[in-house]
Design a protein around this ligand. Sequence first.
Ligand SMILES: [Zn+2]
Length: 82
Amino acid sequence: MSCRSGCKTKDCGSYAACCRNSAPRVAYTNSANGWDASKQKRWDGELARFRGLEAQGLEPPGTTHAEMDKYERKIEAVVNVL
Ligand SMILES: [Zn+2]
């Protein structure tokens, strides 16, 4: 038996498929894309940080926090030498 005990059709094929079939459509769509509110929030934060650096005349190589961390460390190293 691959279906969950509460399944109506009992013919989903696998436990995962059964969960998908019974889950609310919106929730399934979101998890399938790996997209959720916290990810959206982090993305907004990264974009805001990128724009902030740009406003200072800097050009980070990417918009992820990891890339900007690396970039800022590089800038600091240069500033310390000067
Ligand atoms: Zn099922």
